[in-house]
Design a protein around this ligand. Structure first.
Ligand code: FMN
Length: 421
């Protein structure tokens, strides 16, 4: 076991040597805040910028904030005795690329080192953390997905971008993660060992190798006014356990999660959403590229028909008008083909009858009927109903054990579909 620096009362970032790599994204200006915060925490910071990054923010800004020269040129005009990319690579305790463009991720995944930052990344043995930022269509491009997955297999770490308004217009996933989240990830990577994490991830079984599994988790939040929303008590534990177990079995996992306090899972691509509408949009975008969907999220069935832009004033009483949210499983039913789809149901009465109805109406391969006490709990007692008419009641067990049972079923399902085709 490894005690964190925090547990030992040590400030994990103090006196650590950090390279902040900045690339050509519109979010490059946010790197200034990251450098400032790292300096405040006692880090030594060297900024390395790609030539494209210097179009977005000046080296002078980052030089002033870091208090050290900014490295931008692979072949500087003033020759130095040391080989710059090697001395930087050896100097760093950790390298964070924030923002990271699709380009730099692609280059490193392909082993290309054609400018200073990509070369330092290739040459360093320190942990490397990428914080991607880009347009939503770029972020969901399957080439980028494959590049991220490849880098993760080599132990490179990622802080997922957020969903929200994008600088290029529109709404989607691609906004640079908040600086606080990036700082937490840096602390996490540095707090176990001065050398950082192991580069190579030990993978578990490979039953799902080559398969893409889409998992939804957590609750949704449906806004009523700028400060209030409708939600439920789902913690995300079941969905995260499924995502973790699928990843251990070798699948490429995309986790679309509503608000949850659970830490992100290494090797799992996290797409954060808030509302049922956002979850529906992401599922529809990813589902066509996946082999399996496990819909464990507790999606709100209703949302306020009108969201006010100002806070609703205190008053004697208030009648709320609610409308239906998108029914995600119904929406994707026509796209199912031979994909495996499992849903979840939580009922307070007539559980089996209602779950069977949902299984049929949504064309699922199986449905997991939760105990009403499952929301937020660590353990669950489920009954799994299959499209083949079989019903299996599992005993009370941890959500991770439930996830293992469900993934066993998924593996069996994919084998059957494969042998049928
Ligand atoms: C205004 C503008 C904004 C851009 N924003 C991004 C971005 O947020 N993410 C991204 O991956 N590429 C973005 N690009 C494209 C990159 O700048 C381009 O791919 C460049 O080659 C990246 O080089 P680098 O990775 O070496 O920094 C943007 C380009 C322009 C002109």
């Amino acid at each position: 076991m490894c005690l964190s620096d925090r547990e030992r009362g040590v400030k994990p970032l103090n006196a650590r040597k950090i390279i902040v790599g900045v690339t050509g994204s519109i979010a490059a200006y946010k790197s200034a805040e990251l450098v400032r915060k790292l300096k405040q925490q006692g880090c030594e910071v060297t900024v390395v910028m790609t030539p494209a990054a210097t179009e977005f923010i000046t080296p002078l800004t980052l030089e002033t904030l870091s208090g050290r020269p900014v490295a931008t040129e692979f072949f500087p005009a003033a020759r130095r005795p040391e080989v710059l990319h090697i001395s930087l690579a050896q100097w760093a305790d950790l390298l964070v690329v924030a923002p990271a463009t699709a380009n730099v991720i692609g280059k490193v995944a392909a082993g290309i080192a054609d400018e200073l930052l990509a070369t330092v990344i290739m040459a360093t043995e320190a942990p490397v953390l990428f914080a991607p930022a880009m347009n939503a269509a770029m972020y969901s491009n399957p080439i980028l997905t494959a590049n991220i997955s490849r880098l993760r297999q080599y132990g490179y770490q990622f802080v997922e971008p957020e969903a929200g308004e994008l600088a290029c217009g529109g709404i989607g996933t691609g906004r640079l993660a908040p600086i606080e989240t990036i700082l937490e990830a840096i602390e996490g990577l540095l707090s176990c060992s001065p050398q950082g994490t192991e580069k190579l991830i030990q993978r578990g079984s490979s039953e799902l190798s080559g398969k893409k599994v889409l998992v939804t988790a957590g609750r949704t939040e449906e806004d009523l006014d700028p400060v209030r929303f409708l939600t439920n008590r789902s913690s995300g534990k079941m969905g995260y356990a499924l995502a973790s177990e699928a990843e251990k079995r070798g699948a490429e996992v995309i986790l679309v999660s509503g608000p949850s306090s659970l830490p992100s899972l290494p090797g799992v691509r996290l797409i954060s959403v808030r509302s049922a509408e956002q979850m529906s949009r992401e599922v529809k975008q990813w589902f066509p590229r996946c082999d399996v969907l496990l819909m464990a999220a507790a999606v709100s069935d209703f949302r306020p028909r009108n969201k006010t832009t100002s806070k609703i004033k205190k008053q004697e009483g208030l009648l709320l008008e609610l409308e239906k949210t998108p029914d995600i499983l119904l929406e994707i039913k026509s796209l199912k083909g031979d994909k495996g789809v499992g849903g979840f149901a939580l009922e307070t009465e007539d559980g089996l009858t209602n779950a069977r109805r949902k299984l049929k109406s949504k064309g699922l391969d199986f449905i997991v009927l939760n105990a009403p006490t499952a929301l937020g709990a660590d353990a669950n007692q489920v009954t799994v109903l299959g499209a083949d008419g079989k019903t299996e009641r599992l005993s009370q067990m941890s959500k991770l054990e439930v996830a293992r049972g469900i993934l066993d079923r998924v593996v069996g399902l994919l084998r059957t579909k494969c042998s049928d085709s």
